[in-house]
Design a protein around this ligand. Structure first.
Ligand code: RUB
Length: 273
């Protein structure tokens, strides 16, 4: 069994990425700790350490709060099940949004957005196609492109800078989320620029994100990652670099939010927060 240090390093180093996968990775470790030693000091120490790891994504935090109020293996199992099936449960709404022949732009790599898009392909056996933005600096969009291509969806990979160039060629933008806050949708850095481009082109933007991503935390910060991800060349190390991992897209740019309970306009959803 891995140690908590190894688990948090795996998360920090992108062995797993995406809000749900990060939470699932943490939960499956905590389950092993609980099975071996119960919900005692070691469990508490591990939860405290996990809380601080890539904490902008709220899912793990919300799961830990639920476990604190009901510390049982069955609680952990039910959360694992909820997160594992989130994409499937949201997919039933996919046909209402993605039509035969739809051209979709997506950003970063979101498991929930992937399920939503893949379901449309399965349901219609149609000719949907996807433009995947590469997503600097870590290029998670390449994973998206490979995953969609592997199930037979035609994908075009573009540089993030080309999003404005192609935005008029797509019918919609579909992205996931790390946290749903009153001020907007927190997702991979660059999402808010893409949302503004989409609004400028009157292209709808859909966010697919389950209810465990609702974020009521008062203390919230956007994770800043190492400068070396942006400027890997050694000779440039003296230049100041900022590398925020996420940004916030205001609700006015969100056409619809899809979760396991249905489809909501950005305006309807923000009232619930
Ligand atoms: C990933 C990212 C994803 C959300 C949603 O960021 O921004 O869009 O986490 O993903 P990172 P999911 O690569 O920094 O983790 O739908 O899988 O929860």
């Amino acid at each position: 069994m891995k140690t908590i240090v190894q688990i948090t390093e795996d998360i920090e180093n992108f062995k797993v990425q995406g809000a749900n996968q990060i939470a699932l990775y943490g939960l499956s470790f905590l389950r092993k700790v609980a099975v071996r030693e119960g919900f005692g000091p070691r469990f508490s120490a591990a939860t405290k350490r996990l809380e601080k790891t890539r904490s902008t994504a709220v899912v793990l935090h919300n799961c830990l709060e639920i476990i604190k109020s009901s510390p049982k293996i069955s609680t952990i199992d039910s959360l694992i099940d909820t997160l594992t099936t989130a994409g499937k449960r949201e997919s039933i709404y996919s046909d209402k949004i993605i039509k035969p022949g739809s051209k979709i732009m997506t950003y970063c790599h979101s498991g929930e957005a992937m399920s939503f898009i893949k379901h449309a392909r399965t349901a219609h056996k149609n000719k949907i196609s996807v433009i995947a933005c590469k997503t600097e600096p870590l290029e998670q969009g390449v994973t998206t492109a490979k995953e969609l291509s592997a199930v037979g969806i035609p994908v075009t990979l573009i540089d993030d800078n080309a999003a404005g160039f192609f935005i008029n060629e797509v019918d919609m933008v579909i992205v996931g989320a790390d946290a749903l806050r009153r001020e907007g949708v927190v997702n991979k850095i660059g999402t808010s620029l893409l949302a503004q481009a989409a609004a400028g082109a009157s292209t709808p933007l859909y966010v697919v994100a389950n209810s465990l991503k609702i974020d009521h935390r008062r203390s919230f910060r956007i994770e800043e990652r190492p400068a070396t991800e942006v400027l890997p060349k050694k000779g440039l190390r003296k230049i100041k670099v900022r590398n925020p991992a996420f940004d916030i897209t205001p609700w006015q740019f969100v056409t619809m939010l899809v979760n396991e309970n249905g489809i909501f306009t950005g305006k309807q959803f923000v009232i619930l927060l």
